[in-house]
Design a protein around this ligand. Structure first.
Ligand code: AMP
Length: 467
């Protein structure tokens, strides 16, 4: 599919797409839209930023347009479940944008952290589309504000995050309330075993589509690793912020507590920094994000979950204060910079305990990330092989390298792991340019196809009708 016209979507939807300046379907859209239009179930393996929302929203809107009927009171025809408030808001905005020429079209958002009464009123007459986080949806069901037996299409978005956030039981409860004759669209960035089990229990003869963000995003980002002691990370962050020319900096920590500690340290050191994470109220999160968007706040500390689905342009630096243990999260994090076609810089602090995470990340992105060693403790002796082939081997010492089965060694041209790294572009292996066998993926993505072409993240544009 090279054009949206080829899908046979209804005219009001095509008109909205023209207004959105969408000319070419993204790979996930090209694969998913035709299948959804036939009414089949879909498992889509794709991350936010690939155009996934439109991949399901467009054919769903087409269904609503061609099979017009009034939703019953306190019911919805389409239910979209998403793990976070931010992502839910963006999905609802997307439905409103693509459906802006369709009348009538009621789209309601049911998320926690805001008063429930407005949502109860919004559902009273029934809606076409309800976008919800699982907890608030169940609250609404318990308050008899909505029944779910009219749902024709169910979308489960970011299923793997739902698992991380402990929502799987809630989802099972919701699914049990739905009728069996429905269409189900299931999206996840990774397919660990439990997610595969969940999908099997929810879907009927699904078609599988997949896109994996790979080289094209990573390619534009100058990545660096700084090997450090855990206890030195706070000072290293301050030093980094002082020496780098930054615009907006997004710092990732593994835990909420860690995020708060970093904020305190930065504030003590004279930097304006704030954190967003699940313990903050919705109002706080929105205020902090708004400040970050406008540039009033230049340093934002976030956990993976809080940052999921947040689109802010103009992030010059992503700093991984802690390395993620899931390689896909690394790609997702660094994809926050280099949006809208700009270049970005990603700096990762890696302590001893994170060496294995770094190895998994490098294996997945097929790049040996240039590293600088700032450890003050005893260093492991260099292995003879490092001397012989230092110029064209990846770092195979205690930190970095591709370890485990020699998968990466000879694939990475350029080596260069002790190059000071400051302007280091990633060292790309030959398969980054297509052709070679992919390296097996890490556990977290078990079951995920590993030979999908490259896909870039897209910029979320602000051209939305008012909510
Ligand atoms: P998503 O992965 O759904 O969060 O989409 C990421 C961003 O890409 C959103 O801001 C969309 O507005 C934008 N987008 C989605 N599809 C297209 C397309 N075909 N052409 C241009 N932009 C798109």
């Amino acid at each position: 599919m090279t054009s949206f016209n080829d899908f046979g979507l209804a005219e009001p939807i095509l008109r909205a797409l023209v207004e959105e300046n969408y000319t070419t379907p993204t790979p996930i859209q090209a694969q998913t839209v035709p299948i959804v239009l036939t009414g089949r179930d879909v498992i889509g393996i794709a991350q936010t930023g690939t155009g996934k929302t439109a991949a399901f929203a467009l054919p769903i809107l087409n269904h609503l347009y061609t099979k017009r009927m009034r939703p019953e009171r306190k019911s919805c025809r389409v239910l979209v479940l998403s793990p976070t408030r931010e992502l839910s808001g963006q999905i609802a905005d997307s439905f409103r944008a693509y459906g802006r020429h369709m009348r009538p079209l009621a789209i309601e958002l049911a998320i926690g952290g805001v008063p429930i009464n407005r949502q109860i009123r919004g559902l009273a007459h029934g809606v076409e589309v309800l976008v919800a986080t699982p907890g608030r949806l169940l609250d609404l069901v318990h308050q008899r504000a909505i029944t779910l037996n009219q749902v024709e299409i169910l979308v489960l978005d970011e299923a793997d995050r739902m698992l991380d956030m402990g929502f799987i039981n809630d989802i099972r409860k919701v699914v049990a309330m739905l009728r069996k004759e429905r269409q189900t669209l299931f999206f996840s960035a990774t397919m660990p075993g439990e997610i595969t089990k969940l999908a099997d229990s929810m879907l009927t003869k699904p078609e599988r589509v997949a896109v994996t963000p790979q080289a094209s995003t990573v390619d534009r980002i100058a990545q660096r690793v700084i090997l450090t002691e855990k206890s030195a990370k706070n000072d290293l962050l301050v030093e980094t912020l002082k020496t780098e020319t930054t615009d907006r900096v997004l710092v990732f920590t593994r835990t909420k507590h860690g995020a708060d500690k970093v904020v305190r340290h930065l504030q003590k050191s004279g930097f304006g920094a704030e954190a967003i994470h699940g313990n903050k109220s919705q109002n706080q999160r929105e205020r902090v994000l708004a400040d970050f968007r406008t540039g009033k706040l230049r340093i934002l500390i976030a956990t993976d979950i809080a940052a999921r689905g947040i689109d802010v342009d103009g992030v010059s630096h992503v700093v991984n204060y802690d390395l993620p243990n899931i390689p896909e999260s690394y790609v997702h994090r660094i994809g926050r910079t280099a949006r809208a076609g700009t270049d970005g810089i990603a700096i990762s602090f890696c302590d001893h305990e994170e060496a294995a995470f770094l190895r998994d990340i490098q294996r997945m992105i097929r790049i040996t990330i240039p590293s600088v060693d700032k450890r003050t403790g005893v260093r492991p002796a260099a292995r003879p092989a490092d001397h012989h082939q230092a110029s064209n081997r990846p770092n195979r010492g205690r930190f970095g390298g591709n370890g485990g089965g020699g998968n990466g060694g000879s694939r990475n041209g350029g080596g260069g792991n002790r190059n000071g790294g400051n302007q280091g572009r990633p060292n790309r292996g030959s398969q980054g340019h297509g052709g070679n066998q992919p390296i097996p993926r890490a556990e977290a993505s078990a079951g995920e196809p590993n030979s999908i072409g490259s896909v870039s993240f897209l910029q979320r544009t602000g051209n939305r009708p008012p909510r």
